[in-house]
Write a protein that binds this ligand. Structure first.
Ligand SMILES: [Zn+2]
Length: 443
């Protein structure tokens, strides 16, 4: 058993508790108690300790585009061409190296669980690898090497648009049919740090008559089901032209909404869409830094929450890996939209980043500092210029509105210390690992 003593901890209310002792046995928390004296044998975590953060939507390989797509203009659709160039170059070894480095960057940022929305399945000409899940297995191994949990959201991707053929690198994404997608996914297996979920890339990429197969697989396995949805108005318009309804309505008709489902983006919704998502308890994953980077628009996060829908957060394109920035981004975008302040409490935003995020990825036993929960927690140091001047009464607000990834000083995942005093314990030099693996992929 290991005992951790932290100056402050967030135990779920709208204030921090002070002098908190967290006892860990194996990979579980066995006791949490506030107002304690520091025991001589306890590991001291100076700062404020939070549950580990869930990054509910990631494409690890997009990390290679950081900076490179930020010169000049364009749209989501021109950005996608650059992204496809990288997708066309991945192989199991190069993707393992890149993802290991990206997940190590996430660990340094206090992310203890990633939802990897994975759709590059096959060789560049579309034929399967001898081991049909070589790329998915590379991602699972990369998360293990970086010391974090992963839900591999294996993604069904069959068409290049409504009734459109696949083009270029898209041939790597398809299994030919949802039934063959399900056969391949059956061969993936979960482990201590990894769980398997399903994803529908979008209503553009999976024909309506195949949606039910993917949704049925997820339901039959009690697995999370994620999908990109209504990120762009063009997708809504094309769906309306093809099916006479919105993407939300189409996914609802085919059984894809529900309390283990997550709609990613949900930027352009009708009032009926909002009611359908919230009424079915479907999570909506907001990715504010990516949505602003790709000029997607501002999603109706507060309207969804008002209707009772749960929200989660993701780094998506990994142009920025910082869940604090995603959390305050959701609030600050809403301020710009409404010209009013204060739409969420800091604790609400942290809940999206922790317990709700984990639940949406199929880890309901993570994301809370409580006995019986997984021993996944992070500590934010209070010794940086960003946090200087903090006050314990408003410490949660300081964390959510001022902290950045580099303020995360310690990370514990499953009882193992993955980051100690801002250094990754498993990946020696994370910047070098990122630089080397990105150069290898870009050629
Ligand atoms: Zn995405």
């Amino acid at each position: 058993m290991t005992r951790y003593f932290t100056d402050y901890a967030w135990l779920g209310g709208d204030q921090v508790s002070d002098r908190v002792l967290i006892e860990v046995d194996g990979d579980r928390i066995t006791a949490v108690s506030a107002g304690q004296d520091r025991p001589a044998d306890a590991v001291h975590l100076p700062g404020v300790t939070l549950p580990g953060m869930a990054n509910s939507h990631s494409h690890a390989f997009h990390r290679a585009l950081r900076g490179r797509t930020h010169r000049g203009g364009g749209t989501f659709w021109t950005w996608r061409e650059d992204m496809y160039t990288v997708a066309g170059r991945l192989d199991p070894d190069s993707y393992h190296a890149l993802a290991r480095a990206v997940y190590a960057e996430m660990a340094l940022a206090g992310i203890t669980c990633v939802g990897e929305f994975h759709y590059v399945h096959h060789t560049p000409d579309g034929t399967p690898y001898p081991e049909s899940n070589a790329l998915g297995e590379a991602l699972i191994a990369a998360a293990a090497d970086a010391g974090i949990r992963i839900t591999l959201l294996d993604t069904c991707y069959l068409t290049g648009g409504f009734g459109a053929e696949l083009q270029g690198p898209q041939v790597r994404f398809t299994d030919g049919s949802a039934a063959r997608w399900a056969d391949r996914v059956e061969r993936l297996s979960a482990s201590t740090h990894a769980r398997i979920g399903a994803a529908i890339h979008s209503v553009r990429a999976v024909p309506a008559d195949q949606l039910g197969t993917v949704a049925g697989w997820a339901e039959g396995h009690g697995a999370p089901l994620h999908f990109h949805m209504s990120e762009q108005r063009a997708e809504n318009d094309a769906c309306m032209a093809a099916h006479g309804c919105t993407p939300t309505q189409l996914l609802s008709e085919h059984g894809a909404l529900g309390s283990l489902s997550t709609a990613v983006h949900a930027t352009h919704l009708t009032d009926d869409d909002i009611a359908a998502l919230a009424g079915s308890r479907t999570y909506v994953c907001m990715t504010p830094t990516t949505e602003r980077d790709l000029a997607d628009g501002i999603g109706p996060a507060r309207d969804l929450a008002n209707a009772g829908g749960p929200l989660t957060l993701g780094s998506d394109s990994n142009a920025i890996v910082d869940i604090f920035e995603e959390a305050r981004g959701m609030e600050l975008d809403e301020r710009l939209r409404t010209e009013r302040r204060g739409h969420w409490l800091a604790s609400d935003l942290l809940r999206a980043a922790t317990s709700d995020g984990h639940a949406s990825l199929g880890w309901p036993e993570a994301g809370r500092l409580e006995p019986g929960g997984l021993a996944d927690f992070i500590t934010v140091g209070l010794d940086s210029v960003r946090m200087a001047g903090w006050d314990s009464a408003t410490l949660l607000e300081s964390v959510v509105f001022a902290a950045n990834s580099p303020d995360v000083s310690n990370v514990v995942v499953g009882g193992r210390r993955v980051v100690e005093q801002r250094r990754h314990t498993l990946v020696d030099d994370v910047p070098a690992a990122l630089g080397d693996s990105i150069r290898a992929v870009l050629g």
